[in-house]
Ligand binder design. Structure first.
Ligand code: NAP
Length: 239
C-alpha cells in the first residue's frame, strides 16, 4: 500500500524539497501553505502524487478542519512534518514583529503537533517530525522571538517523544534541528550554509531512521555541543 505524508509549510524551502523526495519515493504527499500559486506550481509537477491544501497555521481553528479533511480523505497517514516557520529580526522589540513568529512557531506548531499525535494515537501508529533549529540552543539579541520559539519546539518535541515512548501506539517523534540552509529564511550568505538539496537529503535520512533528534548538516552536532558551552559574553560579542 502506498504511503501518505502531510507537510505543513511545503510551498518553498525545506518543506517543498522534502515533499519532492517523498514523492520520488512513492509517497502521496499533502502539501500546505498560504501561497496558492506555489501550491499549484508544485502540484503541476506530479498531479497524481500531490494534494494541496491552502492553509494558514496561525488560523488555529482551521487546523481542526484540515485534520477533519485528512481523516475523510485517507484511511492512514504515515508521516506528518511541521516545517512552517517565521523569523524576523526585531531590534526595537516591536510587538507586531514578535507576534508572527510566536503565532507560527509556537501556537501554530503546538496545534498541529497535538492534532497529529492524536491522529496517530487513534490509528495506532505514525511519525511526527518537527523542523526546529539550532537557534533553540541559546538566546540571540537580534531575533529573540525566533530563537526562543525554537527552544520551545525542541522541548515540546522531546516531551512528545517521551510521551510516545510510554504509548501503546507505535508513534515516532523526530526533532530536526538545521543550522543554516540556503533558503529565504537564512537571510543571505551565512557561515556554514548548506545547500537545500544536501540538507534535505540528510533530513530525509534522519526521518527514515526514525531518529529522536538530528542536527542538519551533521557538523552542527559538534557546533551545537560547543554552543552550549560558550559563555554569554562571547555570544554577545560575536553573534
Ligand atoms: N533555512 C534555514 O537556515 C533554517 C535553519 C534552521 C531552521 N529552519 C527552519 O526550517 C523551516 C522551513 O524554513 P525554510 O528554511 O524552508 O524557509 P522558507 O522557504 O521560508 O519556508 C517557510 C515555509 O513556512 C511556511 N509558512 C510560513 N508562515 C506560515 C503560515 N502562517 N501558515 C502556513 N505556512 C507558513 C511558508 O509557506 P507560505 O508562505 O506559503 O505560507 C513556507 O512554506 C522553518 O521552521 C525554519 O525555522 C530553517
Amino acid at each position: 500500500m502506498s504511503k501518505n505524508a502531510v507537510i505543513f509549510g511545503a510551498t518553498s524551502g525545506i518543506g517543498k524539497e522534502l515533499a519532492k523526495l517523498l514523492v520520488n519515493d512513492g509517497y502521496t504527499v499533502v502539501i500546505t501553505g498560504r501561497r496558492t500559486q506555489k501550491l499549484k506550481e508544485i502540484k503541476d509537477t506530479s498531479p497524481e502524487k500531490y494534494i494541496t491544501i491552502e492553509h494558514d497555521v496561525t488560523d488555529l481553528d482551521s487546523s481542526d478542519q484540515v485534520f477533519q479533511q485528512l481523516r475523510e480523505q485517507f484511511s492512514q497517514i504515515d508521516l506528518i512534518v511541521y516545517s512552517s516557520g517565521m523569523a524576523e529580526p526585531n531590534y526595537d522589540l516591536e510587538w507586531k514583529k514578535e507576534l508572527p513568529s510566536l503565532e507560527t512557531n509556537v501556537l501554530g506548531a503546538v496545534k498541529i503537533y497535538g492534532l497529529a499525535y492524536n491522529l496517530f494515537r487513534a490509528q495506532g501508529y505514525g511519525h511526527l517530525v518537527g523542523i526546529s533549529s539550532v537557534a533553540g540552543i541559546r538566546g540571540n539579541r537580534h531575533v529573540p522571538a525566533y530563537f526562543a520559539s525554537k527552544a520551545f519546539q525542541n522541548n515540546y518535541l522531546e516531551s512528545l517523544w517521551m510521551k510516545a515512548q510510554r504509548s501503546k501506539a507505535k508513534i515516532y517523534v523526530t526533532d530536526i534541528a538545521p543550522g543554516f540552509v540556503d533558503t529565504k529564511m537564512a537571510l543571505g550568505d551565512t557561515f556554514g550554509m548548506a545547500s537545500l538539496e544536501k540538507a534535505t537529503q540528510q533530513i530525509y535520512k534522519a526521518i527514515q531512521k526514525k531518529k529522536k533528534k538530528a542536527y542538519i548538516t551533521k557538523r552542527w552536532r559538534g557546533i551545537a555541543f560547543i554552543m552550549r558551552m560558550l559563555p554569554a559574553w562571547w555570544i554577545i560579542r560575536f553573534a
